[in-house]
Design a protein around this ligand. Sequence first.
Ligand code: UGA
Length: 434
Amino acid sequence: MKITVIGTGYVGLPTGVGLAELGNDVICLDIDEKKINQLKSGKVTIFEEGLEDLFQKNTANGKVTFSTSFAESIPESDLVILAVGTPPNPITKEADMKYIKAAAEELAHHLSGYTVIAIKSTVPVNTGNAVEDIIRRTNPSADFDVISLPEFLREGFAIHDFFNPDRIIVGANSERAKDVIRTLYEPFKDKCTILYVSRQSSETIKYASNAFLAMKIQYINEMADFCETSGADIYEVAKGMGLDSRIGAKFLVPGPGYGGFCFPKDTNAMAYMGKFNGVDLSLIETTIKSNERRKINMAKRILDMVSDKKNPTIAVLGSAFKGGTDDCRESPALQIIEIMLAHDVNIRLYDPQAMPNTKAILGNMITYCNSAYEAIGGADALAVLTDWAEFKELDLEKIKMLLTKPQIADYRNTFDCKKAKELGFEIKSLGRKL
Ligand code: UGA
């Protein structure tokens, strides 16, 4: 199948490369000339586990190519996938549709033959109708269907998730469009459920899923707080809860709050849609507020550790919103760092992948280090804010020698608390028996 994927970000690029690997001819289209030039020259523009190899293979054999030209890519395509950003409006927090609308209008001019336009970006319910109207208005004779095809890829695992989906949701009102999607997902038909629903249901499934997962994380975070006061252990509690198949074992890991470009944006957008439609979505509103409070509490707990020192230095491990990605958007780590900076604290940071993105946000407000041990050297306390696997390999005895005082705020439950205590550390971890 000939496919154009519009947008080459964390969703568009892995999707385009994945579809090429399945044997399709894919053009990845972006209006950002710099990005396209980089991709054309063989450089992957984002860090995503497993992407580099698939990218090199499918560019070398010509299955995936790159372009800034709608005229060059759209007329040949059987399927056009919209994977452009829907960033939150800074005031109302509703999802901003300007990129979707601009892409819909531009592609409409170039449609030729029957084409399915699939919206993969996370968009407010009824956006499918709006996109259909734009295309019809711009090119009344075009032969097309607009469908909703939400993505469920996790950053850091996008390639894995692409080839091993839990489910594929298709919001389509026309049989002709469903046939195109059946052909596209033929390789997955025995691997997972492919659920065909209405466009509005599909658009809602995406928001409802992300809001539910965000709520689940905040729930386990609150239980972790409770465990700290009751003598229970959050891992034992989560295991016991997760054995109930109605609850499920996943997404019960406590942390410093959920972050990333999806959960914060989508919970806010859902809350906005609830208000707009006059529906009480107080569970989601409470989740958003509780997540904000958590990051403030996390920063306060670290500051308490160094309250006896003027201008203390904190070593921070991790600035990405989670391990396995270089993405710092809405990272709890960065928000905690920013709160600490407002309290005259010096920060020495190390992150295995996210240093360039962090520098772009924090500039010279903090010190950037080349290794975990370099960051820890001479600091008054250590805070672990991102769950990178390599932090688990750090040697507690060496850390103790490098810190001015043996204290750790371990918000990703990286270290063995018992061992840390035996070595004389004061360790604040989440929901664990100390
Ligand atoms: C999330 C969803 O998991 C994907 O299914 C979805 O496709 C994607 O959003 C999207 O809408 O595009 P992602 O943002 O990559 O994926 O990250 P997650 O792995 O879900 O983690 C989100 C945040 O929750 C991170 O800050 C993570 O550290 C935190 N988290 C996650 C926890 O604190 N505990 C957990 O048990 C799980």
